[in-house]
Design a protein around this ligand. Structure first.
Ligand SMILES: [Zn+2]
Length: 132
């Protein structure tokens, strides 16, 4: 790996997301005022702007909204890999890798579940695979 590759890290604001992944939980921010979930990480609610944002363990279930196969080489992310936009049961869309056999052929709308590879370095990130 080239020495000029940026070091992967996360900040204090997103730490609960990555600490949850280390435990095998998909964590999302939740607004206690309007009961909406949100992504990306914010200090105030995206829906009602209230400062009552907390972290909650999400279901880990989602449907496939879209996918693309990334072939562009990157020092930290050797391709090809499948990048998906998933729609969680909590109503949040975000990007994650889609893994599993024939991941690139997964039909849009497929049921997905979050999976966690705890051998990843330097930290675990949620990925999704199709529910069979
Ligand atoms: Zn809100």
């Amino acid at each position: 790996m080239p020495t000029d590759a940026p070091e992967l890290t996360y900040d204090d604001a997103s730490a609960p997301f990555f600490e949850g992944a280390a435990r095998g939980e998909l964590m999302l921010q939740f607004c206690e005022s309007c009961e909406g979930y949100m992504w990306p990480v914010k200090y105030r609610c995206l829906h009602c702007f209230a400062p009552t944002v907390v972290w909650r363990a999400a279901s880990g279930r989602a449907t496939l909204y879209s996918l693309s196969v990334v072939h562009q080489a990157h020092p930290r992310f050797p391709g090809p890999y499948v990048l998906a936009t998933v729609a969680t049961r909590e109503g949040v869309r975000f990007n994650a890798s889609l893994v599993g056999e024939n991941a690139a052929s997964t039909p849009i709308g497929s049921e997905l579940v979050a999976v966690f590879d705890h051998t990843e370095k330097p930290f675990t990130v949620p990925r999704f695979r199709r529910v069979s």
